[in-house]
Design a protein around this ligand. Structure first.
Ligand SMILES: Nc1nc2c(ncn2[C@@H]2O[C@H](COP(=O)(O)OP(=O)(O)OP(=O)(O)O)[C@@H](O)[C@H]2O)c(=O)[nH]1
Length: 386
């Protein structure tokens, strides 16, 4: 093969740019690097399934019951009889609220509001126990640690920080209220105990930062195509979910384009796989640069790209499809000519979910290829777009 891919650049001046510089959603360009599709998803609270939440509820019941046993059995540990009554009431209320949260979690496993309410109920319960305990070294201090670590590991850094801040403030409040008692019975052991707890929290926070970073990287990688930086099939499905739901609420049509690069195998065969990769990146870049900020662009498979355009009818989609063909053609050069065959349709006319519309537009694209070979735009209803 003359020259080989090493000497060949599909586009004059095209550098081997990092995948993430190409082909993000258009909205990512508009809003800057921080708004990659993957990142936006992980900024939300982590999705914690019912099973894991159940384990958290079991722990709550365990600590609630343990607290009751601690204050009522064996030698009295409450500061006075009045405190004993009060802390018993607190325990009963705590267990009742926990049951309400449990039932809610069983019905609606994802609720940020409930998660936070339950966490603050935990913190308030523990603080009441520390306040009622005659011992300065109340074992309830360790429960603060469990709340901080439990929330942080399950729900991420934000939950960790909120639980840590809440623990610190409430523990400080208890300390202020009981300052004379604490001063009287302050010992070297209790000071070191507090220091150990503080160091464990700080150390866990630094570990959590690393875990969170790795988690975000994995999340982004699982939803984005490594070569082009576009959404992959999974990322597209997740992002399109909301759009297709909005159809049910009577929002405007959602147009879907299925674009296949014509004769792409020949590029690989003639110039090698790396040159083929460059072509795919360039096509991804050209598509992303052409569509609107609100559109979703995905590398669906090898040389196939899917564009989803909210609030777009067939006529408007045809305009975009023609523009895409033009920019991709312009991205070719003397040695490699590039073109797209595009199948297009709209939801809800050609399906009410992403899978069914994609099946239709994929078939339209395929029929277009069969009929014309290349560079054709075909609607799901068989009409060729001139
Ligand atoms: N360089 C490169 N090639 C890929 C990648 N993924 C898939 N391919 C290749 O893309 C080619 C797609 O081939 P075909 O589906 O026949 O597409 P085509 O040659 O464009 O043929 P038509 O679609 O009929 O025009 C295959 O040779 C795959 O090996 C990739 O990530 N990089």
């Amino acid at each position: 093969m003359a020259g080989g891919w090493r000497d060949w650049r599909p586009f004059p001046g095209a550098a081997r740019e990092a995948p993430e510089r190409f082909g993000r959603r258009a909205s990512d360009r508009r809003h800057g690097d921080r708004r990659t599709a993957g990142r936006r998803r992980t900024d939300r609270s982590r999705v914690v399934g019912w099973e894991e939440q159940r384990a958290q509820f079991v722990t709550r019941y365990l600590f609630g019951t343990l607290g009751l046993a601690y204050f009522n059995w064996g030698e009295p540990v409450a500061r006075s009889l009045a405190y004993l009554y009060a802390i018993n009431v607190v325990h009963v209320v705590y267990l009742a609220l926990t049951t309400v949260y449990l039932v809610h979690a069983w019905r609606h496993s994802q609720s940020e509001m409930r998660r936070r309410l339950a966490m603050w109920t935990d913190l308030a319960g523990v603080s009441a126990a520390v306040l009622a305990d005659a011992n300065v070294m109340s074992p309830a201090y360790l429960v603060y640690l469990v709340i901080i670590l439990g929330n942080g590991m399950r729900y991420g850094l934000r939950a960790f920080a909120e639980a840590a801040l809440g623990s610190f403030l409430l523990a400080l409040l208890v300390l202020v209220v009981r300052f004379p008692d604490y001063l009287q019975s302050l010992s070297v052991v209790s000071v070191f105990f507090m220091l150990f707890v503080a160091i464990i929290v700080l150390y866990s926070y630094s570990l959590m930062v690393n875990i969170e970073r790795a988690h975000r990287t994995l999340e982004a990688a699982s939803r984005n195509d490594a070569l082009t930086g576009l959404l992959n099939r999974r990322g597209l499905t997740e992002h399109a979910e909301g759009l297709f739901k909005s159809l049910a609420r009577g929002q405007g049509p959602v147009a879907v384009l299925f674009a296949d690069v014509d004769g792409f195998k020949a590029v690989n065969d003639a110039y090698g796989h790396d040159a083929g990769d460059e072509v795919l990146k360039r096509v991804a870049h050209a598509i992303t640069a052409t569509v609107r900020a609100s559109d979703l662009v995905s590398r669906f498979g090898g040389d196939e790209f899917v564009v989803i355009m909210p609030e777009t009818n067939l006529d408007q989609a045809a305009v975009v499809a023609k523009r895409l063909q033009a920019v991709v053609m312009a991205a070719g050069d003397g040695r490699v000519s590039l073109s797209l065959t595009i199948g297009m349709g709209v939801a809800p006319d050609h399906g009410v979910d992403l899978d069914s519309v994609i099946k239709c537009v994929d078939a339209a694209m395929y029929e277009g290829k069969l009929a014309c070979g290349k560079a054709v735009i075909r609607r799901v209803d068989g009409v060729a777009v001139a």
